[in-house]
Design a protein around this ligand. Structure first.
Ligand code: ZN
Length: 135
């Protein structure tokens, strides 16, 4: 039995949330549900709700090129950063993935935004896409 229930969000790296969100707000009629700053990671994120799933826009907090997103943008430009799956049990999902041979980024789940627990599956284990697990 899988603990994965749905796609939680799809994250897109952008230079500017203000610029990038015009497509979603003016073009698609959606709206930003919440904006959050994570200074420790050097990023700001905006979540746009689409039904039960969300688009997460991630921009660097400054141009210092030190955050993971700055490096990502410098290397590849804006684009798909990760896909997040909602799991009802991150321990079970992690164990199942490890047993199958997948490489997780963190040994133990980390504290994510809004009381969530998260981990990442390395792109090498998931066809080149960074996968986030959210409980
Ligand atoms: Zn995410």
């Amino acid at each position: 039995m899988t603990a994965i229930s749905r796609i939680d969000h799809i994250a897109i790296a952008v230079y500017s949330i203000t610029e990038a969100s015009k497509f979603y707000i003016e073009g698609l009629g959606l709206s930003i549900a919440k904006i959050e700053e994570m200074p420790e990671r050097g990023i700001r994120t905006a979540f746009i709700a689409i039904g039960e799933s969300m688009i997460e826009l991630i921009e660097p907090l400054d141009n210092s090129n030190t955050s993971e997103i700055s490096k990502f943008l410098a290397k590849r430009g804006p684009g798909l950063h990760h896909v997040a799956f909602k799991t009802e049990n991150i321990g079970q999902s992690s164990q199942q993935l490890k047993a199958q041979g997948s490489r997780l980024v963190y040994e133990e789940p980390q504290q994510g935004a809004h009381q969530t627990r998260i981990n990442f599956v390395h792109p090498a284990s998931a066809n080149g896409v960074l996968i986030e697990l959210v409980e």
